[in-house]
Design a protein around this ligand. Structure first.
Ligand code: SF4
Ligand code: MG
Length: 328
């Protein structure tokens, strides 16, 4: 079966001027990542801010053009498709952002905000768009009585529901949700996450879910990819990642996730140092400057991103074949 999304050795570099002579350098925001998302699946990208996950979301939806590598959508290579070629595809992949307020025009009524993608992508009449907006508001748990109001009259959670209704309006296959609940209170977060899951079932949606917080993605994800400095360091199905994380960075991230049963609490791993700059990433393994298990080889050799068991990939010398042999 063709995956809905397939990303192959994807890279995005931005030119930056650096230093006293202003020499041109490039910021390697995304530096060679590969993954696939099946129809109906929720794949989450997790990592600290600046690791390249939002850039990846914008490459997948082709709001950005890749520097190198490929993005495939429904079996079609869209890496360098023009705006014209992208128009019908844009309708099929919608984004939901962290701060719906920033992306919602304050002078537009809620019904017009929700129906705006229909105005862009369909030939529905104004009356048909209004009716669609009323239905969409109810679908996301808001009353159609709110249709004539403005976004600033709503709470953060309600505004995110409006943002979701808007994304849903054109019946996309894929929704890329970039930190959709990060700005919300914890109690509201779970309501919005539950809504996203219900909508996934009802409409057969596929999600690329982006978050800096492993505790947020636990319930919604089928599979998770952990990113560090523009690269994927580990991908696995949700249960495997939480029960048996292999990469030292994943282990550190997970050690700070709260668990309901305190006897299951992992020992907290505090990472030393700051996130290095993606303009001058460390040699060898990019994580070696902060890794508690760093070995000599890690400073020199880039670890390959390899499948170490079915569906579980990791980029770390601890799982090199020779190392695993030593262990046996
Ligand atoms: Fe740590 Fe080395 Fe593995 Fe990198 S390759 S995560 S430095 S053990
Ligand atoms: Mg799911």
């Amino acid at each position: 079966e063709t995956p809905l999304i397939e990303v192959k050795d994807l890279r995005k570099y931005f030119a930056v001027k650096k230093g006293f002579l202003g020499t041109a350098k490039s910021l390697r925001a995304v530096d060679g990542i590969s993954f696939a998302i099946r129809q109906g699946e929720t794949f989450s990208l997790v990592g600290e801010s600046g690791c390249g996950k939002s850039t990846t979301g914008r490459l997948v939806t082709r709001l950005l053009e890749p520097s190198e590598g490929e993005v495939w959508f429904k079996g079609q290579n869209i890496s360098h498709s023009t705006n014209n070629q992208m128009r019908p595809i844009r309708r099929d992949m919608q984004m939901v952002f962290q701060d719906p307020y920033a992306s919602l025009n304050p002078r537009m009524k809620v019904k017009d905000l929700v129906a705006e993608p229909l105005l862009i992508h369909t030939k529905l009449s104004p009356k048909e768009r209004d009716q669609a907006a009323y239905r969409l508001l109810e679908t996301v748990g808001l009353s159609s009585l709110h249709a004539e109001r403005f976004a600033h009259e709503f709470s953060g959670g309600q505004r995110q529901r409006i943002g979701i209704a808007r994304a849903l309006s054109v019946r996309p296959s894929l929704i890329v949700a970039d930190e959709p609940v990060s700005a919300l209170d914890v109690s509201i977060q779970s309501q919005v996450l539950n809504l996203l899951q219900d909508l996934q079932e009802e409409f057969g949606l596929t999600y690329l879910f982006i978050s800096h917080d492993l505790s947020v993605v636990e319930h919604i994800s089928d599979r998770i990819g952990v990113m560090y400095l523009g690269t994927l360091v580990e991908t696995a199905d949700k249960d495997t990642l939480y029960d048996k994380p292999l990469h030292p960075y994943t282990q550190a991230l997970l050690s700070s996730v709260p668990v309901p049963d305190p006897s299951l609490k992992r020992e907290r791993i505090i990472l030393k140092g700051d996130l290095p700059s993606p303009v001058d990433p460390p040699t060898g393994c990019r994580f070696h400057t902060r890794c508690p298990s760093c070995m000599e080889i890690c400073r020199r050799n880039v670890p390959a991103f390899r499948e170490v068991e079915p569906g579980h990939e990791v980029a770390c010398h601890l799982y090199d074949e020779e190392m695993l042999k030593l262990e046996r």
